[in-house]
Design a binder for this molecule. Structure first.
Ligand code: TYD
Ligand code: MG
Length: 467
Protein backbone atom coordinates (compact mmCIF):
# COMPACT_ATOMS: atom_id res chain seq x y z
CA UNK A 1 0.00 0.00 0.00
CA UNK A 2 1.22 3.48 -0.83
CA UNK A 3 2.66 5.43 2.07
CA UNK A 4 0.22 8.20 3.07
CA UNK A 5 1.52 11.58 1.96
CA UNK A 6 2.38 13.95 4.76
CA UNK A 7 1.78 17.67 4.59
CA UNK A 8 3.58 20.66 6.00
CA UNK A 9 1.52 23.03 8.08
CA UNK A 10 2.48 26.47 9.36
CA UNK A 11 1.90 26.49 13.13
CA UNK A 12 1.29 30.21 13.10
CA UNK A 13 -1.33 30.71 10.38
CA UNK A 14 -2.28 27.17 9.30
CA UNK A 15 -1.20 27.46 5.65
CA UNK A 16 -0.55 24.00 4.11
CA UNK A 17 2.60 23.56 2.03
CA UNK A 18 3.74 20.62 -0.11
CA UNK A 19 7.33 20.95 0.95
CA UNK A 20 9.08 22.10 4.07
CA UNK A 21 10.35 25.68 3.88
CA UNK A 22 12.11 27.95 6.33
CA UNK A 23 9.66 30.79 5.85
CA UNK A 24 5.89 30.51 5.56
CA UNK A 25 4.52 32.23 2.47
CA UNK A 26 1.18 32.71 4.19
CA UNK A 27 2.23 34.82 7.15
CA UNK A 28 5.95 35.45 6.58
CA UNK A 29 6.96 33.82 9.88
CA UNK A 30 10.20 31.83 10.04
CA UNK A 31 10.55 28.27 11.34
CA UNK A 32 6.89 27.70 11.90
CA UNK A 33 6.33 24.92 9.34
CA UNK A 34 5.94 21.44 10.78
CA UNK A 35 5.34 18.07 9.13
CA UNK A 36 1.92 16.62 9.96
CA UNK A 37 -0.15 13.56 9.20
CA UNK A 38 -2.94 14.84 6.91
CA UNK A 39 -5.52 12.87 8.88
CA UNK A 40 -4.19 14.39 12.05
CA UNK A 41 -4.02 10.86 13.45
CA UNK A 42 -7.81 10.61 13.41
CA UNK A 43 -10.24 8.77 11.19
CA UNK A 44 -9.67 6.66 8.13
CA UNK A 45 -5.92 6.41 7.61
CA UNK A 46 -4.65 3.05 6.44
CA UNK A 47 -4.94 0.41 9.10
CA UNK A 48 -7.26 2.58 11.21
CA UNK A 49 -10.86 1.65 11.83
CA UNK A 50 -13.00 4.74 12.41
CA UNK A 51 -14.27 4.72 15.96
CA UNK A 52 -18.01 4.75 16.41
CA UNK A 53 -18.99 7.99 18.17
CA UNK A 54 -20.89 8.15 21.41
CA UNK A 55 -24.00 10.33 21.43
CA UNK A 56 -24.01 13.04 24.06
CA UNK A 57 -27.15 14.44 25.70
CA UNK A 58 -28.37 17.61 24.05
CA UNK A 59 -29.50 20.37 26.35
CA UNK A 60 -31.22 23.76 26.24
CA UNK A 61 -29.78 27.23 26.70
CA UNK A 62 -31.79 27.98 29.82
CA UNK A 63 -31.18 26.07 33.00
CA UNK A 64 -29.34 26.20 36.29
CA UNK A 65 -25.74 27.32 36.06
CA UNK A 66 -23.43 28.04 38.91
CA UNK A 67 -21.24 31.13 39.18
CA UNK A 68 -17.66 30.26 38.36
CA UNK A 69 -15.81 29.79 41.66
CA UNK A 70 -13.07 32.39 42.02
CA UNK A 71 -9.95 33.03 44.06
CA UNK A 72 -9.82 36.69 44.97
CA UNK A 73 -6.48 38.31 45.69
CA UNK A 74 -7.83 41.28 47.61
CA UNK A 75 -5.75 43.52 45.31
CA UNK A 76 -8.83 45.25 43.97
CA UNK A 77 -7.26 46.60 40.78
CA UNK A 78 -6.16 43.07 39.85
CA UNK A 79 -9.48 41.51 40.79
CA UNK A 80 -11.25 44.15 38.74
CA UNK A 81 -9.19 43.31 35.62
CA UNK A 82 -9.83 39.58 35.97
CA UNK A 83 -13.54 40.20 36.44
CA UNK A 84 -13.65 39.40 40.15
CA UNK A 85 -10.69 37.12 40.80
CA UNK A 86 -9.00 34.14 39.13
CA UNK A 87 -11.49 31.46 38.13
CA UNK A 88 -10.69 27.97 39.40
CA UNK A 89 -9.77 25.59 36.59
CA UNK A 90 -9.10 28.46 34.18
CA UNK A 91 -5.89 29.72 32.61
CA UNK A 92 -4.97 33.41 32.39
CA UNK A 93 -2.19 34.75 30.20
CA UNK A 94 -0.46 37.91 31.44
CA UNK A 95 1.49 39.53 28.61
CA UNK A 96 3.72 42.56 28.57
CA UNK A 97 7.11 44.01 27.65
CA UNK A 98 10.11 42.65 29.52
CA UNK A 99 10.77 44.68 32.66
CA UNK A 100 7.30 46.20 32.89
CA UNK A 101 6.54 44.47 36.21
CA UNK A 102 4.76 41.19 35.45
CA UNK A 103 6.79 39.15 37.89
CA UNK A 104 6.38 41.86 40.52
CA UNK A 105 2.59 41.94 40.10
CA UNK A 106 2.28 38.17 40.27
CA UNK A 107 4.55 37.84 43.27
CA UNK A 108 2.38 40.39 45.08
CA UNK A 109 -0.75 38.50 44.02
CA UNK A 110 0.81 35.23 45.22
CA UNK A 111 1.69 36.77 48.58
CA UNK A 112 -1.78 38.27 49.01
CA UNK A 113 -3.44 34.93 48.24
CA UNK A 114 -1.09 33.05 50.50
CA UNK A 115 -2.09 35.35 53.37
CA UNK A 116 -5.65 34.26 52.64
CA UNK A 117 -4.64 30.67 53.35
CA UNK A 118 -4.46 29.60 49.70
CA UNK A 119 -1.84 27.17 48.43
CA UNK A 120 0.20 29.01 45.80
CA UNK A 121 3.02 27.64 43.67
CA UNK A 122 5.29 30.06 41.82
CA UNK A 123 7.35 28.41 39.08
CA UNK A 124 10.12 30.65 37.81
CA UNK A 125 11.90 29.67 34.63
CA UNK A 126 13.66 32.97 34.17
CA UNK A 127 15.17 33.66 37.54
CA UNK A 128 16.94 31.50 40.08
CA UNK A 129 15.32 30.88 43.46
CA UNK A 130 17.69 33.37 45.09
CA UNK A 131 16.59 36.16 42.74
CA UNK A 132 12.92 35.46 43.30
CA UNK A 133 13.51 35.45 47.07
CA UNK A 134 15.27 38.78 46.83
CA UNK A 135 12.31 40.31 45.04
CA UNK A 136 9.91 38.76 47.56
CA UNK A 137 11.88 40.42 50.38
CA UNK A 138 11.69 43.76 48.65
CA UNK A 139 7.93 43.34 48.29
CA UNK A 140 7.48 42.31 51.92
CA UNK A 141 6.28 38.90 50.76
CA UNK A 142 9.09 36.79 52.16
CA UNK A 143 7.15 35.78 55.28
CA UNK A 144 4.31 34.14 53.31
CA UNK A 145 3.88 30.45 52.47
CA UNK A 146 4.22 30.84 48.69
CA UNK A 147 5.96 27.72 47.34
CA UNK A 148 8.78 28.30 44.91
CA UNK A 149 10.40 26.27 42.13
CA UNK A 150 12.95 27.24 39.49
CA UNK A 151 12.18 24.85 36.66
CA UNK A 152 11.57 24.95 32.91
CA UNK A 153 10.86 21.35 31.93
CA UNK A 154 7.13 20.81 31.43
CA UNK A 155 7.08 17.21 32.66
CA UNK A 156 9.03 18.12 35.80
CA UNK A 157 6.76 21.08 36.49
CA UNK A 158 3.65 18.91 36.13
CA UNK A 159 5.09 16.26 38.44
CA UNK A 160 5.95 18.95 40.99
CA UNK A 161 2.61 20.73 41.03
CA UNK A 162 0.65 17.44 41.00
CA UNK A 163 2.34 16.35 44.22
CA UNK A 164 0.60 16.89 47.53
CA UNK A 165 -2.51 18.97 48.10
CA UNK A 166 -4.04 20.60 45.03
CA UNK A 167 -2.71 24.16 44.61
CA UNK A 168 -5.24 26.99 44.42
CA UNK A 169 -3.10 28.97 42.01
CA UNK A 170 -0.05 28.09 39.94
CA UNK A 171 2.04 30.85 38.36
CA UNK A 172 4.33 29.96 35.45
CA UNK A 173 6.89 32.71 34.74
CA UNK A 174 7.26 32.53 31.73
CA UNK A 175 5.87 30.40 28.87
CA UNK A 176 8.85 31.27 26.68
CA UNK A 177 11.14 29.26 28.92
CA UNK A 178 8.97 26.11 28.94
CA UNK A 179 10.28 23.07 27.11
CA UNK A 180 8.95 19.55 26.85
CA UNK A 181 10.62 16.22 26.05
CA UNK A 182 7.71 15.33 23.77
CA UNK A 183 8.28 18.15 21.28
CA UNK A 184 11.54 17.93 19.42
CA UNK A 185 12.09 21.54 18.42
CA UNK A 186 14.33 23.87 20.39
CA UNK A 187 13.11 25.63 23.58
CA UNK A 188 11.37 28.94 22.89
CA UNK A 189 9.94 27.84 19.53
CA UNK A 190 6.26 27.94 18.71
CA UNK A 191 5.87 24.19 19.04
CA UNK A 192 7.57 24.10 22.42
CA UNK A 193 5.54 26.99 23.81
CA UNK A 194 2.34 25.50 22.47
CA UNK A 195 3.05 22.06 23.88
CA UNK A 196 3.92 23.53 27.25
CA UNK A 197 0.84 25.71 27.40
CA UNK A 198 -1.39 22.83 26.33
CA UNK A 199 -0.03 20.68 29.15
CA UNK A 200 -0.63 23.49 31.67
CA UNK A 201 -4.20 24.00 30.44
CA UNK A 202 -4.88 20.28 30.78
CA UNK A 203 -3.57 20.36 34.35
CA UNK A 204 -5.78 23.33 35.24
CA UNK A 205 -8.92 21.75 33.76
CA UNK A 206 -8.27 18.39 35.37
CA UNK A 207 -7.42 19.58 38.86
CA UNK A 208 -9.48 22.79 39.10
CA UNK A 209 -6.44 24.85 40.03
CA UNK A 210 -6.31 28.39 38.64
CA UNK A 211 -3.27 29.04 36.53
CA UNK A 212 -1.46 32.21 35.46
CA UNK A 213 0.98 32.10 32.56
CA UNK A 214 3.39 34.97 31.96
CA UNK A 215 4.28 35.77 28.35
CA UNK A 216 6.69 38.32 26.92
CA UNK A 217 5.59 40.49 24.06
CA UNK A 218 7.66 40.84 20.92
CA UNK A 219 8.33 44.17 19.23
CA UNK A 220 5.31 43.78 16.96
CA UNK A 221 3.12 43.70 20.05
CA UNK A 222 2.46 39.99 19.90
CA UNK A 223 3.25 37.45 22.53
CA UNK A 224 6.21 35.51 21.20
CA UNK A 225 5.13 31.98 20.41
CA UNK A 226 2.38 33.62 18.53
CA UNK A 227 -1.29 34.32 18.82
CA UNK A 228 -1.89 30.58 19.12
CA UNK A 229 -1.50 30.91 22.88
CA UNK A 230 -4.09 33.68 23.13
CA UNK A 231 -6.71 31.42 21.58
CA UNK A 232 -5.96 28.56 23.92
CA UNK A 233 -6.31 30.32 27.25
CA UNK A 234 -9.47 31.59 29.00
CA UNK A 235 -8.35 35.15 29.60
CA UNK A 236 -5.63 37.44 28.29
CA UNK A 237 -4.41 40.43 30.29
CA UNK A 238 -1.82 42.90 29.08
CA UNK A 239 0.38 44.77 31.50
CA UNK A 240 1.28 48.05 29.87
CA UNK A 241 3.02 51.25 30.71
CA UNK A 242 5.69 53.65 29.70
CA UNK A 243 9.17 52.91 31.03
CA UNK A 244 9.69 56.61 31.73
CA UNK A 245 6.60 56.80 33.92
CA UNK A 246 5.64 55.00 37.08
CA UNK A 247 2.10 54.09 36.35
CA UNK A 248 1.10 50.71 34.85
CA UNK A 249 -2.20 49.58 33.39
CA UNK A 250 -3.46 46.00 33.46
CA UNK A 251 -5.81 45.71 30.51
CA UNK A 252 -8.18 42.81 29.77
CA UNK A 253 -8.28 41.89 26.07
CA UNK A 254 -10.04 38.54 26.36
CA UNK A 255 -12.06 37.03 29.17
CA UNK A 256 -14.34 34.02 28.98
CA UNK A 257 -15.58 34.72 32.50
CA UNK A 258 -16.01 38.48 32.62
CA UNK A 259 -15.99 41.83 30.83
CA UNK A 260 -13.11 42.71 28.50
CA UNK A 261 -12.91 46.45 28.75
CA UNK A 262 -11.80 46.77 32.36
CA UNK A 263 -8.46 48.12 33.48
CA UNK A 264 -6.52 47.98 36.70
CA UNK A 265 -4.17 50.88 37.41
CA UNK A 266 -0.97 50.56 39.44
CA UNK A 267 1.98 52.70 40.31
CA UNK A 268 5.48 51.20 40.47
CA UNK A 269 7.27 52.20 43.65
CA UNK A 270 10.49 51.00 45.25
CA UNK A 271 8.38 48.55 47.27
CA UNK A 272 6.48 47.08 44.35
CA UNK A 273 3.21 47.98 42.72
CA UNK A 274 0.77 50.23 44.51
CA UNK A 275 -2.91 50.28 43.59
CA UNK A 276 -4.25 53.49 42.12
CA UNK A 277 -7.93 53.58 42.93
CA UNK A 278 -8.51 57.00 41.42
CA UNK A 279 -6.51 57.18 38.17
CA UNK A 280 -7.82 60.67 37.34
CA UNK A 281 -6.01 62.17 40.32
CA UNK A 282 -2.78 60.57 39.12
CA UNK A 283 -3.08 61.88 35.57
CA UNK A 284 -4.13 65.36 36.65
CA UNK A 285 -1.53 65.51 39.41
CA UNK A 286 0.93 67.90 37.81
CA UNK A 287 -1.58 70.01 35.97
CA UNK A 288 -0.90 73.62 35.13
CA UNK A 289 -4.36 74.89 34.36
CA UNK A 290 -3.28 78.38 33.39
CA UNK A 291 -1.11 77.51 30.41
CA UNK A 292 -2.56 77.64 26.89
CA UNK A 293 -2.83 74.38 25.00
CA UNK A 294 -3.91 72.17 27.91
CA UNK A 295 -7.36 70.55 27.90
CA UNK A 296 -8.80 67.98 30.27
CA UNK A 297 -10.43 65.04 28.53
CA UNK A 298 -13.18 63.16 30.36
CA UNK A 299 -12.56 59.62 29.10
CA UNK A 300 -13.82 56.16 29.92
CA UNK A 301 -11.92 52.91 30.41
CA UNK A 302 -14.52 50.18 30.46
CA UNK A 303 -16.93 51.15 33.18
CA UNK A 304 -14.51 53.53 34.82
CA UNK A 305 -14.17 57.24 34.03
CA UNK A 306 -10.62 58.57 33.65
CA UNK A 307 -9.78 62.26 33.45
CA UNK A 308 -6.54 63.04 31.68
CA UNK A 309 -4.87 66.19 30.40
CA UNK A 310 -3.94 66.56 26.73
CA UNK A 311 -1.32 69.15 25.89
CA UNK A 312 -0.79 70.78 22.51
CA UNK A 313 1.93 73.09 21.29
CA UNK A 314 1.37 74.88 17.99
CA UNK A 315 4.32 77.00 16.91
CA UNK A 316 5.45 78.61 13.63
CA UNK A 317 7.76 76.27 11.77
CA UNK A 318 11.21 76.91 10.44
CA UNK A 319 11.11 73.81 8.27
CA UNK A 320 9.76 73.34 4.77
CA UNK A 321 7.49 70.56 5.92
CA UNK A 322 6.05 71.33 9.35
CA UNK A 323 6.42 68.70 12.05
CA UNK A 324 3.58 66.72 13.58
CA UNK A 325 4.59 64.75 16.67
CA UNK A 326 2.15 62.80 18.82
CA UNK A 327 2.64 60.93 22.09
CA UNK A 328 -0.25 58.93 23.55
CA UNK A 329 -2.68 59.32 20.69
CA UNK A 330 -3.24 58.17 17.12
CA UNK A 331 -1.27 60.34 14.69
CA UNK A 332 -3.66 59.78 11.78
CA UNK A 333 -6.50 60.96 14.00
CA UNK A 334 -4.52 64.14 14.70
CA UNK A 335 -4.04 64.66 10.95
CA UNK A 336 -7.79 64.33 10.52
CA UNK A 337 -8.57 66.94 13.16
CA UNK A 338 -6.03 69.35 11.67
CA UNK A 339 -7.65 68.87 8.26
CA UNK A 340 -11.14 69.51 9.64
CA UNK A 341 -9.90 72.64 11.46
CA UNK A 342 -8.47 73.95 8.19
CA UNK A 343 -11.38 73.00 5.97
CA UNK A 344 -14.30 74.07 8.16
CA UNK A 345 -12.91 76.66 10.57
CA UNK A 346 -10.33 78.45 8.42
CA UNK A 347 -7.63 77.67 10.97
CA UNK A 348 -4.41 77.58 8.94
CA UNK A 349 -1.78 75.23 10.32
CA UNK A 350 0.32 74.63 7.21
CA UNK A 351 3.07 76.91 8.54
CA UNK A 352 3.00 75.54 12.08
CA UNK A 353 4.64 72.64 13.86
CA UNK A 354 2.15 70.70 15.95
CA UNK A 355 3.13 68.71 19.05
CA UNK A 356 0.59 66.73 21.02
CA UNK A 357 1.16 64.94 24.30
CA UNK A 358 -1.07 63.02 26.67
CA UNK A 359 0.01 63.66 30.26
CA UNK A 360 1.47 60.96 32.47
CA UNK A 361 2.46 58.70 29.56
CA UNK A 362 -1.15 57.56 29.27
CA UNK A 363 -2.54 56.34 25.94
CA UNK A 364 -5.97 57.42 24.74
CA UNK A 365 -7.77 55.18 22.26
CA UNK A 366 -11.25 56.73 22.34
CA UNK A 367 -12.40 58.95 19.44
CA UNK A 368 -14.31 60.83 22.15
CA UNK A 369 -11.04 62.68 22.80
CA UNK A 370 -11.36 64.55 19.47
CA UNK A 371 -12.92 67.60 21.04
CA UNK A 372 -10.34 67.83 23.83
CA UNK A 373 -7.56 67.59 21.24
CA UNK A 374 -9.13 70.24 19.00
CA UNK A 375 -9.62 72.53 22.01
CA UNK A 376 -6.00 72.12 23.07
CA UNK A 377 -4.79 72.87 19.54
CA UNK A 378 -6.93 75.99 19.15
CA UNK A 379 -6.04 77.17 22.64
CA UNK A 380 -2.33 76.89 21.88
CA UNK A 381 -2.61 78.57 18.50
CA UNK A 382 -4.65 81.44 19.93
CA UNK A 383 -2.39 81.62 23.00
CA UNK A 384 -5.50 81.63 25.18
CA UNK A 385 -5.81 79.28 28.17
CA UNK A 386 -8.97 77.20 28.34
CA UNK A 387 -11.35 77.64 31.28
CA UNK A 388 -9.47 75.85 34.11
CA UNK A 389 -12.47 74.05 35.55
CA UNK A 390 -13.84 72.63 32.30
CA UNK A 391 -13.63 69.14 30.77
CA UNK A 392 -14.05 68.28 27.09
CA UNK A 393 -15.36 65.28 25.20
CA UNK A 394 -17.07 64.51 21.89
CA UNK A 395 -16.24 62.93 18.58
CA UNK A 396 -15.58 65.13 15.54
CA UNK A 397 -16.73 64.01 12.10
CA UNK A 398 -15.11 64.94 8.79
CA UNK A 399 -17.94 67.40 8.15
CA UNK A 400 -16.98 69.31 11.30
CA UNK A 401 -20.04 68.16 13.24
CA UNK A 402 -19.62 67.15 16.87
CA UNK A 403 -21.06 63.72 17.55
CA UNK A 404 -22.33 62.43 20.88
CA UNK A 405 -20.39 59.73 22.72
CA UNK A 406 -21.47 57.01 25.13
CA UNK A 407 -21.64 57.23 28.93
CA UNK A 408 -22.07 61.00 29.14
CA UNK A 409 -23.48 60.85 32.66
CA UNK A 410 -20.53 58.90 34.09
CA UNK A 411 -18.02 61.28 32.50
CA UNK A 412 -19.78 64.32 33.94
CA UNK A 413 -20.15 62.72 37.36
CA UNK A 414 -16.41 62.04 37.58
CA UNK A 415 -15.63 65.58 36.41
CA UNK A 416 -17.90 67.07 39.07
CA UNK A 417 -16.39 64.81 41.72
CA UNK A 418 -12.93 66.17 40.90
CA UNK A 419 -14.03 69.77 41.07
CA UNK A 420 -14.68 70.57 37.42
CA UNK A 421 -17.71 72.81 37.28
CA UNK A 422 -18.08 72.92 33.52
CA UNK A 423 -17.99 70.75 30.45
CA UNK A 424 -18.02 71.32 26.73
CA UNK A 425 -19.88 68.42 25.18
CA UNK A 426 -21.82 67.49 22.03
CA UNK A 427 -25.12 69.36 21.67
CA UNK A 428 -26.93 66.14 20.87
CA UNK A 429 -25.76 64.37 24.05
CA UNK A 430 -28.44 62.30 25.68
CA UNK A 431 -28.78 61.55 29.41
CA UNK A 432 -27.46 64.87 30.77
CA UNK A 433 -27.68 64.82 34.56
CA UNK A 434 -30.04 67.40 36.03
CA UNK A 435 -29.50 69.78 38.93
CA UNK A 436 -26.19 70.65 40.56
CA UNK A 437 -24.21 73.82 39.97
CA UNK A 438 -22.36 72.53 36.95
CA UNK A 439 -22.39 74.35 33.62
CA UNK A 440 -22.74 72.20 30.52
CA UNK A 441 -21.84 74.00 27.30
CA UNK A 442 -23.40 72.28 24.33
CA UNK A 443 -21.27 72.44 21.20
CA UNK A 444 -22.96 72.13 17.80
CA UNK A 445 -19.94 71.82 15.57
CA UNK A 446 -16.24 72.59 15.35
CA UNK A 447 -16.60 76.26 14.23
CA UNK A 448 -18.80 76.78 17.30
CA UNK A 449 -16.06 75.33 19.53
CA UNK A 450 -13.35 77.43 17.87
CA UNK A 451 -15.24 80.70 18.29
CA UNK A 452 -15.97 79.93 21.94
CA UNK A 453 -12.31 79.26 22.69
CA UNK A 454 -10.53 81.82 20.54
CA UNK A 455 -13.25 84.45 20.59
CA UNK A 456 -12.16 86.79 17.81
CA UNK A 457 -10.77 85.37 14.61
CA UNK A 458 -7.77 87.68 14.93
CA UNK A 459 -6.04 85.44 17.43
CA UNK A 460 -6.03 82.58 14.96
CA UNK A 461 -4.39 84.63 12.24
CA UNK A 462 -7.38 84.20 9.98
CA UNK A 463 -7.00 87.68 8.59
CA UNK A 464 -3.55 86.98 7.18
CA UNK A 465 -5.01 86.63 3.69
CA UNK A 466 -6.70 90.02 3.78
CA UNK A 467 -3.63 91.96 4.93
P1 TYD B 1 9.70 42.71 36.77
O1 TYD B 1 8.54 42.35 37.60
O2 TYD B 1 10.94 41.89 36.95
O3 TYD B 1 9.33 42.79 35.22
P2 TYD B 1 8.92 41.62 34.20
O4 TYD B 1 8.64 40.40 34.98
O5 TYD B 1 7.70 42.17 33.51
O6 TYD B 1 10.03 41.46 33.24
O7 TYD B 1 10.00 44.26 37.11
C1 TYD B 1 11.14 44.82 36.67
C2 TYD B 1 11.25 46.29 36.97
O8 TYD B 1 10.50 46.77 38.04
C3 TYD B 1 12.69 46.55 37.27
O9 TYD B 1 13.15 47.50 36.34
C4 TYD B 1 12.73 47.06 38.65
C5 TYD B 1 11.33 47.53 38.91
N1 TYD B 1 10.92 47.35 40.30
C6 TYD B 1 10.64 48.45 41.09
O10 TYD B 1 10.74 49.59 40.65
N2 TYD B 1 10.21 48.25 42.39
C7 TYD B 1 10.07 47.02 42.92
O11 TYD B 1 9.68 46.89 44.09
C8 TYD B 1 10.38 45.89 42.10
C9 TYD B 1 10.27 44.50 42.64
C10 TYD B 1 10.80 46.09 40.81
MG1 MG C 1 9.79 38.63 34.97
Amino acid sequence: MAKPKTQFVCQNCGTVHNRWAGKCEGCGEWNTIVEEDPMGGIGSGPGKVPKKGRAVTLTTLSGETEEAPRVQTGISELDRATGGGFVRGSVVLVGGDPGIGKSTLLMQAAAALSRRKQRIIYVSGEEAVAQVRLRAQRLGAADTDVLLAAETNVEDILATISEGKRPDLVIIDSIQTLWSDTADSAPGTVTQVRTGVQAMIRFAKQTGAAMVLVGHVTKEGQIAGPRVVEHMVDAVLYFEGDRGHHYRVLRTVKNRFGPTDEIGVFEMSDRGLREVTNPSELFLGERNAKSPGAAVFAGMEGTRPVLVEVQALVAPTSLGTPRRAVVGWDSSRLAMILAVLEAHCGVRLGQHDVYLNVAGGYRISEPAADMAIASALVSSLADTPLPPDCVFFGEISLSGAVRPVSQTAQRLKEAEKLGFAGAMLPATSAELPKGGNARWTKIEDLPDLVSRIAGSAKKLGKQDDED
